[in-house]
Write a protein that binds this ligand. Structure first.
Ligand SMILES: [Zn+2]
Length: 475
């Protein structure tokens, strides 16, 4: 259609064709599109011709950026045949913007429809991924055991149960020249995710491949899908979903590992996790404290009555920075330093002045309110006196009088309460109770404060345990 159009226009010259096959107009990975934009930029083209604007891009931002902006700058004429757009004719700007908007709506709908259709399939236990997990092969939408790879999976489970950890299993398999899952798929010409462009021959077994295999219920015949979702139809980054929202279906395909073996493995993994949490050197200064002499990280240690940081190398006699530093003392030194730094940047006197002015204004405001309420209170007393007189003079009936008196007494009580509240407020107005003033100084350190202020802290010992603390600020 496009070539025909060029033929019919005598002054058009065909330069090049740009076509991203099988990639939709919404994708961000469009190498041919990028090439076309580049050719526009360097002046190779002066007309971009396409079937419809949605083939150019369904993203309104990209339409705006190029067709309505850059193309004008680069003097590129944009023509799309199906929706009758030609930037040489000025009146079509609005059409273009409307088309772009409609295309976005269309995409949003399609994206939602696909998501819900996939969810139904997952609930029925149908494998929606186009790729079979390692150990299986895909026959249409059914998983079958891949004999060769499933042997390796069994071996991994057995090695783990006999005491190998993730790393040693990976090393073992690499030494035996057993191809890693991605290399295996590559060798067998099994369909791979096209986006990954790493040279597959080089990929070896590693911690993560082993961990994934040991944690995946797919090997006991269960299918768990919908672990991740894309952020939106525009942003193709995936995010993890909460475990409760995963879609799980049992016994959807033949198993490679029996349930008992799988559970034993899970128990070992969980125990390891717990131990890791207990021994991990985690504190608010983690990763920030270094030995000045050997530049190595200093580790937090505890005895019965002392918590301190010490150079790991010094313990191994590889560094002569032998003095440890007390953890609490170091924290208080850092707190002081941070507060001093903050003080350098604001004028305390000016701050107090400002706050005092604010407090005075606030007090005036409340006092004004108080006087108003007190006047209201007095006024009601006059009303009450008036209705008394009216009752005596028989202008008001006994019943009307009682009703009015009730109403006035209620109002009186409300004002009384408000007056008490305002009096309390006035008493409490004080610079020291003023929230911004109260928090002008950091009282306690936490990891966030440490991270935002400090790049690193180096500890040196000069002599006789006298320490030099070198702080590298982030500011
Ligand atoms: Zn050291």
């Amino acid at each position: 259609m496009l070539l025909d159009f060029i033929k019919r226009n005598k002054n058009f010259l065909f330069v090049d064709e740009y076509c991203d096959e099988n990639i939709s107009g919404a994708g961000t990975y469009r190498p041919e599109f990028e090439r076309m934009i580049y050719d526009c930029k360097i002046g190779k083209l002066d007309i971009v011709l396409c079937k419809s604007q949605s083939r150019f891009s369904r993203d309104i931002e990209i339409v705006e950026k190029y067709i309505n902006n850059k193309f004008k700058e680069w003097k590129i004429r944009f023509i799309s045949l199906a929706d009758n757009i030609d930037t040489e004719k000025n009146e079509t700007t609005k059409t273009r913007q409307i088309n772009a908007l409609v295309n976005e709506w269309y995409l949003e709908d399609v994206s939602n429809n696909i998501k819900s259709a996939l969810k139904i399939k997952m609930k029925q236990g149908e494998l929606i991924s186009p790729f079979a997990p390692y150990g299986f092969k895909k026959n249409k939408n059914i998983l079958e055991i891949d004999k060769e790879a499933s042997k390796v999976v069994k071996n991994i489970y057995n090695l783990f149960l006999s005491g190998y950890n993730y790393t040693s299993i990976a090393n073992y398999l690499n030494n035996k020249n057993i191809p890693s899952p991605s290399l295996y798929k590559y060798q067998k010409k099994i369909k791979l995710n096209i986006v990954s462009n790493k040279p597959r021959e080089e990929i070896l077994w590693n911690n993560n491949t082993i961990k994934t295999i040991l944690n995946n219920e797919i090997y006991i015949g269960n299918l768990i899908q919908g672990k991740r979702t894309t952020i939106s139809y525009k942003n193709h980054k995936t995010v993890s979903k909460d475990k409760n929202n995963w879609i799980r279906k049992e016994n959807t395909h033949p198993k490679i590992i029996n349930k008992e073996t799988f559970m034993k493995v899970q128990n070992i993994i969980n125990k390891k996790k717990k131990n890791n949490i207990r021994t991990r050197n985690n504190h608010i200064l983690s990763g920030k404290i270094f030995c000045y002499k050997c530049k190595n990280i200093m580790r937090k240690k505890s005895t019965k009555n002392n918590t301190y940081l010490t150079c790991i190398n010094a313990e191994k006699n590889k560094c002569n920075n032998r003095n440890s530093i007390n953890y609490e003392i170091l924290k208080s030194i850092l707190l002081n330093n941070i507060n001093n730094l903050v003080k350098e940047f604001f004028d305390e006197e000016l701050l107090i002045n400002k706050i005092n002015n604010y407090v005075i204004e606030r007090k005036k405001e409340i006092e004004k309110n108080l006087i108003e309420k007190q006047n209201n209170y007095k006024e009601i007393n006059i009303y009450i006196k008036n209705i008394y007189e009216d009752k005596i003079n028989k202008i008001l009936s006994e019943e009307d009088f009682n009703n009015l008196l009730n109403i006035y007494n209620n109002e009186k009580n409300i004002y009384k309460e408000e007056i008490e509240k305002l009096n309390k407020k006035i008493k409490n107005i004080d610079i020291n109770n003023f929230i911004p003033y109260k928090h002008r100084e950091i009282k306690e350190l936490d990891a966030e404060i440490i991270n935002s202020f400090i790049d690193k802290i180096e500890i040196d010992n000069i002599n006789n345990g006298e320490r030099n603390i070198i702080i590298t600020w982030n500011i």
